[in-house]
Design a protein. Structure first.
Ligand code: NI
Length: 137
């Protein structure tokens, strides 16, 4: 059977701050620029979850996108939407909530809910022009 990739888009708003506490405010600003603002700031994150696999002979689906929608809502949107990522999401207590780290956290939160025969890729837009991808490597 042909291999096809299906995609589901989702969205969350969240606040963050990128910094290292052992660095001065000046050094943090030099490295992280506006994202180091001590009072936090928000982004409108756009998430795309992509699943690749063979089309199921019985259903004609690679994966039911209604199911994927529900998993993303429960695992990601409810955990991240309108949250301060540094303060309220345990995965970012010890690591900066960069788009890179957020994409890995999202991948790890979703992977166990997706059948293992499907490849998964996360695409995360932090701004309309800045985005990252992660597929578990
Ligand atoms: Ni930022």
């Amino acid at each position: 059977m042909p291999k096809v990739t299906v995609h589901r888009k989702a969205h969350f708003n969240a606040a963050h701050r990128l910094y290292r506490k052992e660095w001065s405010d000046a050094k943090n600003f030099e490295v992280f620029n506006k994202c180091s603002n001590p009072n936090f700031h928000g982004h409108n994150y756009e998430l795309i979850v992509s699943l690749t696999g063979e089309i199921d002979k019985e259903t004609g689906y690679v994966y039911d996108l209604g199911k994927l929608k529900k998993i993303i809502k429960e695992e990601i949107e409810e955990a991240f939407d309108h949250k301060n990522l540094n303060v309220e999401v345990v995965e970012f207590k010890e690591q900066n909530p960069t788009a890179e780290n957020i994409s890995v956290v999202i991948y790890n939160k979703l992977r166990s809910h997706i059948p293992s025969h499907l490849e998964m890729e996360i695409t995360l837009y932090e701004t309309p022009r800045n985005f990252v991808t992660y597929s578990g490597n």
